[in-house]
Design a protein. Structure first.
Length: 212
């Protein structure tokens, strides 16, 4: 485990220099089990309530797959995703933050530099007027994963060699995301290679494109 973490940290610095943000991970044990067979269990904060309701209401035709679950499980999971969805978390924490400010003002303190809670900042970043069924269709996702024309084929080649089927496979590129929520770019496939192969895996050009 220690050596794995060490390997991850080496790659982490070579691949990404950007400050990696972090997302709240899925904590619900049912969601963790039932929604991580085919892709990582996506953090509920990434999509609004309406999106989760659409997804959970149509599991038998789930992006071409049958992801059906029994009614009781669907009910519990829908409640979990809705409660932690983007707009619900946003509204709840905006209220908490407003109350925090009001309290400070009452105590005669300044509120201009009061920092919103991290969860509120994350919810704001991912908030969108669109209610897509795909995280990939969110403007924020697109802006974080749009590569220059020169880099598109380069990234495609990396994905092919690192056995990453589609952009929906977040944890194939963000290896720490399911456990810590960190969005640092860490490729588990590359991490698992023998040291020499791992070190030679990315060309300088590829590293540059990944860091774009
Ligand atoms: C039987 C396999 C399977 C299971 C189980 C499954 N999914 Fe999926 N899911 C898929 C496939 C396939 C895609 C499309 C992936 C792609 O485009 O590469 C997908 C895509 C998604 C997407 C869109 C991701 C994106 O932005 O492209 C969401 C959201 C999602 N699933 C949520 C869930 C939830 C919630 C559960 C648990 C209730 C779940 N999935 C369980 C197969 C599954
Ligand atoms: C093919 C690899 C790949 C896949 C798959 C992928 N990403 Fe990324 N992601 C990247 C790269 C590269 C960056 C840009 C990193 C940089 O600029 O340093 C990035 C950036 C991000 C960031 C911004 C990091 C920050 O804090 O600025 C987030 C958040 C993110 N991805 C989430 C996701 C989610 C959620 C999914 C799945 C729905 C996903 N990514 C799928 C490669 C990938």
């Amino acid at each position: 485990m220690r050596s794995l973490i060490f390997a991850a940290s080496v790659l982490l610095f070579s691949v990404t220099s950007a400050q990696a943000g972090s997302l709240p991970v899925v904590k619900d044990p049912v969601a963790k089990t039932e929604c991580s067979d085919c892709h990582m269990a996506y953090p509920p904060i990434l999509l609004p309530q309406a999106s989760w309701e659409k997804i959970m209401g149509n599991l038998s035709d789930h992006f071409g797959d049958d992801a059906s679950l029994d009614d009781a499980t669907v009910k519990v999971l829908t409640e979990y995703f809705v409660k932690n969805s983007n707009d619900v978390v946003l509204a709840k924490n905006e209220k908490i933050f407003a109350e925090m400010k009001a309290q400070k003002l009452k105590e005669g303190k300044r509120v201009k530099y009061l920092r919103p809670p991290g969860i509120l900042r994350t919810a704001k970043k991912w908030s969108s007027k669109f209610k897509p069924e795909r995280i990939q269709d969110l403007p924020r996702f697109k802006s974080k994963h749009s590569f220059s024309q020169r880099c598109v084929p380069v990234i495609e080649s990396v994905m092919k060699r690192a056995k990453i089927q589609t952009m929906a496979m977040c944890s194939d590129c963000h290896g720490l995301m399911p456990t810590t929520g960190a969005s640092a770019v860490v490729f588990p496939y590359v991490e698992a290679l023998p040291v020499a192969e791992r070190q030679a895996f990315f060309s300088a050009e590829e590293l540059k494109c990944l860091d774009e």
